[in-house]
Design a protein around this ligand. Structure first.
Ligand code: S3P
Length: 427
């Protein structure tokens, strides 16, 4: 994909449905009794991987692109898959589904693409093993492929060393099947969509501070789910509207769950012109229309409890920081190293190629920004990482010369129409 400097972006858009909620809708819908209808489901490759895995376990899932209907078979209704469960590029599918598979009365083998085969699965194998699960890394390297022999599980308390919603959720799914209460304490609160959705589906779940506790479930109940727009996808347009001259953009129907809204807090710290108009909404997930206008940004420091609330937005926040006056410090973000690519490396190396003043650190990066200097167009190695491809597309809108995004088709993982939407808004 070739990107040129934009003269401004204007208009209204909606972004695709939230990726985390879409995955969870398939898993909970499959384990519930009855038909779960999902509107606004993200038709990205990652969520389609969740659909194909549960179809392989005997769940009838209709998907016409506008509505997904999951004909749930109850907590004990999954069938032994015929062959391998392929999660593609999706860390959420493999880690959450492992918690479910650990408790089934069959054995499964789970694998994914080359990126998944390098990502750490020990973080989910450890707590599941404490629950009595029989889960192994086939190559004994802590990565997929995983072999999971379903068995009876016991409830545990798990003190997680990482603030990871995937780890927390994998344990909570297993907890639905355990013989007693299961709780997870995190160092910082990570996204809580699993907790909100468990409650909606009838599970007994409670949160006190950084600890979530789930009781074993007898039954989950099917329901309708309206998936809000994904703030992680909105982030690219928020950033574009702020850094490209002569821009005003309204992004409608964006999920602004407080465990996900770190990007909006950073906008405030950067003195960005952002208006948030909260909408009435039937679900537990708050939703808003967000309007952004070209702004003179100021640098800020991002770390601590904010990190899990914006972990997927750091690549595009780093792009914004190149145009902010002063030095932006991103710290406590070592988790970036184990995402779809090593994102500290892929952000810093690509920003350097575009002429930015940026230094990698052990747990993040330091960016010296300049509001009066454009980046320089360059060839960007996306590392097949969707968030890197989209973030550097936004960088290209504010760069002199051509920016070429290599392997840009990886945006399909989370945002199939990203380029079409962007093209319509650009002047
Ligand atoms: C997700 C959790 C986060 C996030 C990922 C989606 C989820 O990962 O980066 O894109 O849906 O639970 P971690 O749990 O590894 O932080």
């Amino acid at each position: 994909m070739v990107v040129n400097k934009a003269n401004g972006l204007s208009g209204e858009l909606t972004v695709p449905g939230d990726k985390s909620i879409s995955h969870r809708s398939i898993m909970l819908g499959s384990l519930a009794k009855g038909d779960t209808e999902v509107y606004g489901f993200l038709q990205g490759a990652d969520c389609l991987s969740s659909i194909s895995c549960f179809r392989k376990m005997g769940i009838d899932i209709e998907n016409d692109g506008a509505r997904v209907i999951i004909h749930g078979r109850g907590l004990h209704g999954l069938r032994k898959p015929d062959g391998i469960l392929d999660v593609g590029n999706s860390g959420t599918t493999i880690r959450l589904m492992s918690g479910i598979l650990a408790a089934q009365d069959f054995t499964s083998r789970v694998n994914g693409d080359a990126s998944i085969q390098k990502r750490p699965m020990g973080r989910i194998m450890t707590p599941l093993s404490m629950m009595g699960a029989d889960i192994k890394s086939e190559n004994d390297n802590g990565c997929a492929p995983l072999i999971i022999n379903g068995t009876r599980l016991k409830g545990i308390h798990y003190d997680s060393p990482v603030a990871s919603a995937q780890v927390k959720s994998g344990v909570l799914f297993a907890g639905l099947y355990a013989d007693g209460e299961t709780s997870v304490t995190e160092p910082y609160v990570s996204r809580n969509h699993t907790e909100l959705m468990f409650r909606d589906f009838g599970a007994d779940i409670s949160t006190v501070d950084k600890t979530v506790t789930v009781k074993p479930a007898e039954e989950l109940y099917a329901r309708r789910i309206d998936v809000p727009g994904d703030i992680s996808s909105a982030a690219y347009f928020i950033a574009a509207g702020l850094i490209v001259d002569n821009s005003v953009l309204t992004i409608k129907n964006v999920g602004i769950n407080p465990t996900r809204d770190g990007m909006l807090e950073v906008c405030k710290m950067m003195s960005a012109d952002v208006e948030i108009e909260e909408k009435a909404n039937s679900s537990a997930e708050p939703v808003a229309d967000i309007t952004v206008r070209t702004s003179r940004l100021k640098a800020c420091t991002i770390g601590g409890e904010l990190i899990p609330r914006l972990i997927d937005e750091i690549p595009v926040i780093a792009v914004m920081a190149c145009f902010a006056e002063g030095t932006t410090i991103i710290k406590d973000a070592q988790e970036l190293k184990v995402k779809e690519s090593n994102r500290i490396d892929s952000i810093v190396n690509n920003l350097k190629v575009m002429g930015a003043d940026v230094t990698a650190t052990e747990d993040g990066m330091i960016i010296n920004g300049n509001p009066d200097k454009k980046l320089s167009g360059a060839a960007i190695d996306s590392k097949l990482d969707h968030r890197i491809a989209m973030s550097f597309t936004i960088a290209g809108l504010n760069a002199d010369g051509e920016t070429e995004i290599l392997n840009s088709e990886c945006v399909d993982i989370s945002y199939p129409n990203f380029y079409e939407t962007l093209r319509k808004l650009c002047r």
